[in-house]
Design a protein around this ligand. Sequence first.
Ligand SMILES: NC(=O)c1ccc[n+]([C@@H]2O[C@H](COP(=O)([O-])OP(=O)(O)OC[C@H]3O[C@@H](n4cnc5c(N)ncnc54)[C@H](O)[C@@H]3O)[C@@H](O)[C@H]2O)c1
Ligand SMILES: CC(C)[C@H](C(=O)O)[C@@H](O)C(=O)O
Ligand SMILES: [Mg+2]
Length: 362
Amino acid sequence: MSKSYKIAVLAGDGVGPEVMAEALRVLDCVEQKYGVTFQRTPANVGGAGIDNEGKALPESTVNICRASDAILFGSVGGPKWENLPAEEQPERGALLPLRKIFGLYANLRPAIIFPSLTGASSLKEEVIAGGFNVLVVRELTGGIYFSQPKGIEGEGRERVGFDTLRYSVPEIERITHVAFQAARKRGKKVCSIDKANVLSSSVLWREIVTTISKEYPDVELSHMYVDNAAMQLVKWPKQFDVILCENMFGDILSDEAAMLTGSLGMLPSASLAEGSFGMYEPSGGSAPDIAGQGIANPIAQILSTAMMLKFSFGMLEAADAIDSAVATVLEQGYRTHDIHQNKPGEKLVNTKEMGDAIIAVL
Ligand SMILES: NC(=O)c1ccc[n+]([C@@H]2O[C@H](COP(=O)([O-])OP(=O)(O)OC[C@H]3O[C@@H](n4cnc5c(N)ncnc54)[C@H](O)[C@@H]3O)[C@@H](O)[C@H]2O)c1
Ligand SMILES: CC(C)[C@H](C(=O)O)[C@@H](O)C(=O)O
Ligand SMILES: [Mg+2]
C-alpha cells in the first residue's frame, strides 16, 4: 500500500493563499512521481480565522492540526486586523499560539544564495561570489516573545509597556543540540548570537551553549554579540555556517540573511517539535503591499514544502528534487518581480507561472 500523510493546510492571509496554491500543485506532482498520498485538510487561521470563525486560531483549526502529521502554513496578518486588541490579532492570536501548542521550539531558516541570483542580492557581487549557505537556528517558543509578565499598565502618560526575557537551562540546551547536530552535517561551525555584555539571559545562554559544545568536539563554536552579527552578516556572510539565536535575535537576523539571498520571498523555514511533527512556513509575511496581484514569489512556500517532506516525512529524494527544480528554473531565467533584475535572459513571471516552471522541471 502506498504511504499516506496528513497535512493541515493553513494558507492564512495576504499572499499566503496565493503562494500556497503553488505549493499544493507541487505536492500533486510529488504524489504522482513518488506514489504517495497527501491528505490535505484546509483550515482557517489568522485574519481568515477572524473573518470566517470569529477567532484567529479557531478550535477546529487546532484539532485539524492535531490530527495531522505536519502543518503547512502560509502567512498571517495585515492592515485589516491591526486595530484589534493585540492578543486577538493574527500574529499573537494564531501564529505564536500554534508554535507554543505544538512545541515547535526549533526554527530552521536556511539562507542560501543560488548562483544565478547573485545579482539580486543587496550585497556586492565580489562579497557573495561563489555563494554562501547560512542556516539560522532560531529558538521559537521562549524568550521575550513568551515570557511573563508582559503587558501595558497604568493610565495616560503614566502607562508603561513591558516584556520579560527569560530562558531556562533546558530551553537553551535543546536548541543548542539542534544547532550542533545541524552543523555536524554541514560546515561544522556554530556561531552563537547573544548580548551577554548587557542581558542576564544572554550570560546564561553563553554559558550553557559553551557547556553543550563540549559534546561536539568536531564542531567549532564562536560567540558574537547580536549588533556585531548584524554587521558581519552584510560585511562577510561567508564566515558563517550555523547561526544559533534566541527567539527575537533570530527573527531579525533571519530577515537580514534572507535579503542577502535576493528576497524575503525566497526564504523557507521549518519549525520543529521533538519527534517528526513540524510546521513549515515561509520566513516572510503576508506582504500586503503586493497581495491580490498574483505576483508574489512562491519559492519560499515551495521550499518550505520540501522541508516538510524532508523533516516530517523522511522523503529526502523528493525534497532534493524540489530544491534542484527551483535552482534549475532560476538558472533558466524565471524571475518573479522581487528578484527581477532586468538582465538579459530573464523572464518576468507571476506566481502561477513560477509554479508552472518548477512543476515542469520536477
Ligand atoms: N509567518 C507569518 O505569518 C508572518 C511573518 C512575517 C510578517 N507577518 C505579518 O505580515 C504582515 C506584513 O508584514 P511586513 O510587511 O513587515 O513583512 P512581509 O514579509 O509581509 O513583507 C516585507 C516585504 O517583503 C516582500 N515580500 C514578502 N514575501 C514576499 C514574497 N513571497 N514575494 C515577493 N515579495 C515578498 C513584501 O512585498 C514586502 O515588501 C504583518 O501583519 C506581519 O505581522 C507574518
Ligand atoms: C509575524 C511574527 C509574529 C513572526 C515572528 O516574529 O516570529 C514573523 O516575523 C516570523 O519571522 O515568523
Ligand atoms: Mg520575522
